[in-house]
Design a protein around this ligand. Structure first.
Ligand SMILES: C[S@@+](CC[C@H](N)C(=O)[O-])C[C@H]1O[C@@H](n2cnc3c(N)ncnc32)[C@H](O)[C@@H]1O
Length: 381
């Protein structure tokens, strides 16, 4: 099988799969290949926090042109994989000079499948681009074709809890990956001082409570496959619920905008995490640590990165650095941003810098260890 992820999260995902019990785990560019049975496929869809989708290859062959592709696809036993009354869509990823147009490739694969069904059953399945039951992935690299069933369907970042989004929410999968990279283990306090719609808070809370990220999701494509075993899935689902752990620390989320915070609160409620996370309005520029805070904890946030033209990025990031030095001595801080200009103005020395992408934007996850002595620098500066 092949789990896809974002650039930079391959080894995080490999570790997740290994811990879940996958065999023969290998990282590739933006993905991880592994082995497992049907039950493991269900489990991986429910439990992996950093996978975008999980593909199950069903055929591998070589072709020289589109006609050969059509014939080879038509030879596959499609009627064994799904019923003719299901809707389907093709995703094509083409890395080959002789096949330029991935839309045309998708079209030919669709023709092969439809004609196969027509010959065998006298009827044909319908193509649906929005919410299809079945998703089929075609990957072509030079002459090598891999046809896979996409077991997830909709991307796994669609957890089912985010009904509210603000201007620049990060993907749930990216948020989970960031948290894994920071080493978040649920054994200390967690703070997101610019929480927006609450993605980092929710992912952090789900991890701390050992709740599967996709427990709220209604649909997975594998539920439409011919061999779907609802009893096995039900068993794994119930078992997942039993694995919930107690969390003995606190999670805090702040934002300076009241309307944004309300979105975070709604999303937290959707994820049943509203009682586990405390939220409040606060401007980080003049943030004072509440008396209830412990002396140490993990601070992770993604400040505005210039997506709104009016934001004064250098001043914002200088203010972030000043507040961190003043209020967060003893804390471990990670900032995720695509603003290199912003990072230059923080005024703290990073102890780690990890390259990632936020959509198409090159971004960095930067670690700052705030020592007690850093406070003095504020005055010196
Ligand atoms: C890029 S968004 C965070 C997105 C969030 N991670 C999510 O997934 O929804 C940045 C957030 O910082 C907030 N913000 C900007 N300046 C702030 C400040 N001085 N203090 C607190 N929050 C601030 C904005 O209101 C916005 O919600």
């Amino acid at each position: 099988m092949l789990a896809k992820t974002y650039f930079g999260l391959e080894s995080v995902l490999a570790k997740e799969l290994q811990l879940l019990g996958a065999r023969n785990v290998k990282t590739i560019n933006r993905g991880v290949s592994f082995e497992g049975d049907l039950g493991f496929l269900y489990k991986a869809n429910l439990w992996t926090r950093t996978a975008l989708r999980i593909l199950v290859p069903i055929a591998n062959f070589k072709v020289r042109n589109e006609d050969e592709l059509y014939k080879k696809v038509k030879d596959l036993d499609w009627e064994d994989y799904f019923e003719v009354n299901k809707t389907f869509v093709i995703d094509a990823n083409v890395f080959a000079r002789q096949f330029k147009n991935s839309l045309f490739i998708a079209q030919r694969v669709k023709d092969g499948i439809v004609d196969r069904f027509r010959d065998k059953t006298g009827r044909r399945p319908t193509v649906f681009t929005k919410d299809p039951d079945i998703r089929i992935n075609v990957h072509i690299s030079n002459e090598n074709v891999t046809i896979s069933l996409d077991s997830s369907g909709d991307s796994l970042h669609k957890r089912g809890y985010r009904s509210e989004a603000d201007r620049a929410p990060i993907s749930e999968v990216l948020a989970a990956g960031i948290l894994k990279l920071t080493g978040w283990d649920g054994l200390r306090d967690f703070i997101d001082p610019m929480c927006g719609s609450g993605t980092l808070l929710i992912e952090a809370a789900l991890m701390a409570h050992n709740i599967p990220p996709n427990i709220f999701r209604k649909n997975f494509s594998f539920k439409h496959w011919k061999g779907y075993d609802p009893e096995l899935f039900g068993l794994l689902f119930d078992k997942a619920l039993e694995k919930e752990k107690n969390f003995h620390f606190s999670i805090y989320g702040f934002d300076k905008e009241a309307y944004v915070l309300r979105k975070a609160e709604k999303n937290l409620r959707n994820a049943l995490m509203h009682e586990q996370v405390e939220t409040a309005i606060a401007d980080f520029m003049n943030f004072r640590k509440p008396g209830s805070f412990r002396d140490t904890g993990l601070v992770v946030f993604n400040p505005p990165y210039g997506e709104k033209m009016e934001a004064d990025i250098p001043a914002l990031y200088k203010g972030i650095g000043d507040t961190l030095k003043r209020e967060f001595a003893g804390f471990e801080v990670w900032v995720f941003t695509s603003s290199s200009e912003g990072l230059k103005n923080v005024g703290l020395k990073p102890s780690k810098k990890i390259q990632l992408y936020n959509g198409k934007l090159e971004s960095w996850l930067v670690k700052y260890d705030i020592y007690k002595g850093s406070k003095k620098h504020v005055h010196k500066d």
